[in-house]
Ligand binder design. Structure first.
Ligand code: PMP
Length: 338
């Protein structure tokens, strides 16, 4: 019986029973239409309502990015290619804060796609912790590139139990609004506290942890990074520059232009996320603050229980960066009784 089970899976994570009960009914017959939610067209008004409501309840936008090139038809192609190539060779740098397994994977993938000469580890948490993840280096020690295309970090490293306590001081925009373009993976701590959204250019998170079921990823992007504010280079220009061309369905421009409906969006998964959001909004009058209080309370309860038995449990991350979402510990000092 569902009610008898206590489940701590990080993701796919536990969903509210009430949401799943409604969803099982919706799979058979959504809103008395005689058809299930997974059978209705993703282009129907009904699907659009589910999607738009979920977006509104999340309070977010949607999007895509590429900010390298000016409009090529306005310029002499060869000259433009020469100039851009030089700029890319000399200047294209993506900065990564490597604080755990997920940011490490992102860094490695960027190097694979763009060439390792274009990716920079601005900080590697392993260098200050005996080769292991578990701390976050001080912002003052980060080696940020001048004019990096973006600075990437993972706000909560699920596997390593490391969470950034707050928005990194070193990345806060200046008073005039200028500052690094910050990209963050919030897959495993979204909706668990207030986020200073204006400090980010792009935030993304998979739904299956704190939001809903596996199958959808939410992207929040600044409109200034999307066309027409930020024109995209054509595939032919990208090829000449030796840059990877994203498949059209993965291009944020395409996704934003089509309200996430360029391809067949899984409306069922959006429905689940939307129901979870509605339940959260109903439960917590103070929204994120209420959820943060619950998350803190649960985490404190578990950390205190672990701390009470240091002869048995060893908490993996340093106290200053302990995740409130994923509590990583070993059993006995060397883990030999695990
Ligand atoms: N980022 C983080 C922080 C994660 O925890 C995970 C999944 N555990 C991912 C990215 C990858 O998500 P997916 O498997 O949906 O691609």
């Amino acid at each position: 019986n569902r009610a008898d089970v206590t489940y701590f899976g990080a993701g796919p994570a536990l969903l509210p029973t009430e949401v799943l009960e409604n969803a099982s009914q919706a799979l058979l017959n959504y809103d008395n239409t005689g058809l299930g939610i997974a059978e209705h067209s993703h282009r129907s008004q009904l699907a659009a309502n589910i999607l738009n409501e979920a977006k509104a309840d999340l309070g977010g936008g949607s999007g895509g990015f590429f900010w390298l090139a000016p409009k090529e038809e306005d310029a002499d192609q060869d000259k433009l290619v020469a100039e851009l190539s030089k700029a890319i060779d000399n200047e294209l740098k993506l900065d990564y804060l490597v604080t755990g397994g997920w940011s490490l994977k992102a860094y490695q993938e960027a190097g694979r796609l763009l060439g390792t000469e274009h990716v920079n580890i601005a900080a590697d948490a392993r260098t200050i912790n005996d080769g292991k993840f578990g701390r976050i280096p001080e912002g003052g020690t980060w080696k940020l590139s001048k004019d990096a295309a973006f600075v990437y970090y993972c706000d909560n490293e699920t596997v390593d139990g490391v969470e950034s306590p707050k928005f990194p001081e070193a990345l806060v925009p200046k008073n005039d609004g200028t500052g690094p373009i910050v990209v963050a993976d919030m897959s495993s701590n979204i909706l668990s506290r207030k986020v200073p959204v204006k400090n980010f250019s792009l935030v993304f998170f998979g739904a299956q942890k704190n939001l809903g079921s596996t199958g959808v990823t939410v992207v929040i992007i600044k409109k200034s990074l999307l066309p027409p504010n930020c024109p995209q280079p054509s595939p032919s220009l990208m090829r000449k520059l030796g840059l990877p061309i994203p498949p059209v369905i993965l291009s944020y421009e395409t996704i934003a232009k089509n309200n996430s409906l360029y391809n067949t969006l899984s409306i069922f998964d959006v429905y689940i996320a939307g129901q979870v959001l509605k339940k959260l909004l109903k439960t917590f009058q103070d929204k994120a603050d209420g959820q943060e209080a619950v998350a803190n309370k649960k985490a404190t309860l578990i950390y205190e229980a672990l701390e009470a038995h240091p002869d048995i449990y060893r908490i993996v991350p340093d106290k200053s960066v302990r995740s409130r979402m994923n509590i990583c510990f070993r059993v006995t000092k060397n883990g030999e009784t695990e």
